[in-house]
Design a protein around this ligand. Structure first.
Ligand SMILES: Nc1ncnc2c1ncn2[C@@H]1O[C@H](COP(=O)(O)OP(=O)(O)O)[C@@H](O)[C@H]1O
Ligand SMILES: NC(=O)OP(=O)(O)O
Length: 311
């Protein structure tokens, strides 16, 4: 039976504009199809920070002109980022599969993720998105309920909350596609955040951390492994310091100790090790790997990367 692996693609696997993204995902697709050829069934998720910011910025700029472009709500920008990245990924993976004579369907699922409307993150928005504004412009938009923070002397930027993912709305569709042996791209950008209101799901302006949602996705499809691909081959302690030490293996107990010792930077490595820990503890036998895109196949073969295991 094929090994089921769920992959979280970090920023370096994607690009910052359409041309560079197309180039980057071509390269990414080679690593993904290497994993498929090595006998793995692959389910993919990805980040969207730069892309959703770009879309939000473009839509804001267009709405400021007289061309009649409407204001685009933030959840719609998140949905656009899933479609944009999903298109490039499914196109490049399909082309790579074809070039190797493999006939496997590839599909992207526009995915909503339920968050708790009482999540404390809504009281403390931290993720900057979209355009820079003057104080006067920002003050006008505060009336709409937007929150702005001054960004390193460059102007004011809207910040959105980053709540915890609770449930993947399209889970049955994702599972059906996985069972039908599709290469599935889902929960991009951590999913489009939605809250329950009077029995309906309503989009909210937020950006969920894709590593946390990918751990949920991996649980959902009953994956054997969660692979978090980023710019580094291994996780380190004393990262960036002269006595930095790369780690091959981490037990849950060790991860917790290093988290307590503040070894992992907030907003970068910390969510990755936390997501890995949550997947590994969700069922006996589950393992997670943190490594670079280039080393994904070697990592899965046990030759490199940092493996997070229960004990
Ligand atoms: N303890 C650590 N070990 C390894 N890398 C770390 C550590 N702390 C911070 N980092 C940095 O975190 C980065 C990954 O976070 P980030 O760039 O936000 O991820 P993503 O690939 O999802 O965009 C690594 O490339 C590395 O520069
Ligand atoms: N949504 C999200 O976590 O995106 P990044 O990985 O690009 O920050």
């Amino acid at each position: 039976m094929k090994r089921k692996v769920v992959i979280a693609l970090g920023g370096n696997a994607l690009g910052n504009d359409p041309e560079s993204q197309k180039e980057a995902v071509k390269h990414t697709s080679k690593s993904i199809v290497d994993l498929i050829e090595a006998g793995n069934q692959v389910i993919i998720s990805h980040g969207n920070g730069p892309q959703v910011g770009m879309i939000n910025l473009a839509m804001d700029a267009a709405a400021k002109t007289d061309a009649g472009t409407p204001e685009m709500p933030f959840p719609e920008c998140g949905a656009m980022s899933q479609g944009y990245i999903g298109f490039h990924l499914q196109n490049a993976i399909q082309n790579e599969l074809r070039s190797r004579g493999l006939n496997i369907p590839v599909a992207t699922v526009v995915t909503q993720v339920v968050v708790d409307k009482n999540d404390p993150a809504f009281q403390n928005p931290t993720k900057p998105v979209g355009a820079f504004y003057t104080k006067e412009e920002a003050d006008k938009m505060i009336e709409k309920g937007f929150v702005f923070k001054e960004d390193a002397g460059r102007g004011y930027r809207r910040v959105v909350p980053s709540p915890e993912p609770k449930d993947i709305v399209e889970k049955e569709s994702v599972k059906a596609l996985v069972d039908a042996e599709n290469v599935v791209i889902a929960a991009g950008g951590g999913g489009i955040p939605v809250v329950e209101e009077d029995g309906n799901l309503v989009g909210v302006p937020a950006v969920i951390d894709k590593d946390f949602t990918t751990a949920k996705l991996a649980e959902l499809v009953d994956a054997d492994s969660l692979i978090i691909l980023t710019a580094v081959e291994k996780v380190a302690i004393r990262f960036g310091k002269p006595d930095q030490q790369w780690l091959d293996k981490l037990t849950i107990e060790e991860v917790q100790k290093y988290i307590d010792d503040k070894e992992f930077a907030e907003g970068s490595m910390l969510p990755k090790v936390k997501a890995a820990m949550s997947f590994v503890t969700s069922k006996p036998g589950r393992k997670a790997l943190i490594t670079s895109l280039e080393k994904a196949t070697d990592g899965l073969a046990g030759k490199t990367g940092t493996w997070i295991i229960s004990k």
